[in-house]
Write a protein that binds this ligand. Structure first.
Ligand code: HEC
Length: 172
């Protein structure tokens, strides 16, 4: 019944929020860049890479039980899941480029670096195009598209994720 509790709290909070003045959340980072990569880019790009081996039209796996994630794992599936994963990658560029974001080693994300910023724009571009391809439901084209997605990750990593030390996040 924990889920019902969460839902109730959410509903109460929502109705309370509508009575207050509208205020956007503060635009400040919570995690470091590696954490954004692990939580948003990694799982969403894997959903796209899955299309190399598994047709999103194939019947979804049996819903698991036990945890909330397992129970609801089969709600968003198939091509719509692929579409939203592509959107997540495109949108994640804003999070990567958020003012004040630090890398894991404490250095600021190199937002003043033209090449780095180009790679963030390339990520928007590849995410948008992957979204367009996902909408066509063409498995072969999607599988091809994942190579470009991997390329957009790799291009930036080759220059900025090269060393797992204090030089990381610095142009070579
Ligand atoms: C604009 C540059 C850029 C792009 C594009 C980019 N990354 Fe990264 N990524 C980085 C940097 C820099 C780090 C190191 C972050 C740190 O040390 O805080 C990193 C780290 C990571 C990590 C964490 C590695 C670890 O230490 O555990 C993962 C996972 C990752 N990236 C996945 C991806 C994927 C998947 C994509 C493409 C969908 C992607 N990244 C695109 C720059 C980028």
């Amino acid at each position: 019944m924990r889920f019902c509790g969460v839902l109730l709290v959410t509903l109460v909070t929502l109705s309370f929020a509508t009575t207050m003045q509208a205020q956007a959340p503060a635009r400040e980072p919570v995690g470091d860049l590696a954490q954004v990569m692990r939580s948003i880019l990694f799982p969403n790009s894997n959903i796209l890479f899955d299309t190399q081996q598994r047709d999103p039209d194939a019947p979804p796996a049996e819903a698991g039980t036990g945890t909330v994630s397992a129970t609801f794992a089969s709600i968003y599936t198939g091509w719509p899941l692929v579409e939203t994963a592509a959107i997540a990658l495109a949108e994640s560029a804003q999070l990567i480029a958020m003012e004040g974001r630090l890398c894991q080693n404490g250095k600021p994300v190199p937002l003043g670096d033209a090449a780095f910023m180009q790679y963030t724009r390339d990520l928007v571009d590849v995410g948008r195009r992957a979204y367009e391809v996902a909408k066509t439901r063409n498995l072969e084209a999607m599988s091809e598209m994942t190579n470009e997605v991997a390329g957009a990750c790799e291009n930036c990593h080759a220059e900025y994720r090269r060393y797992p030390d204090e030089n990381r996040c610095t142009a070579p």
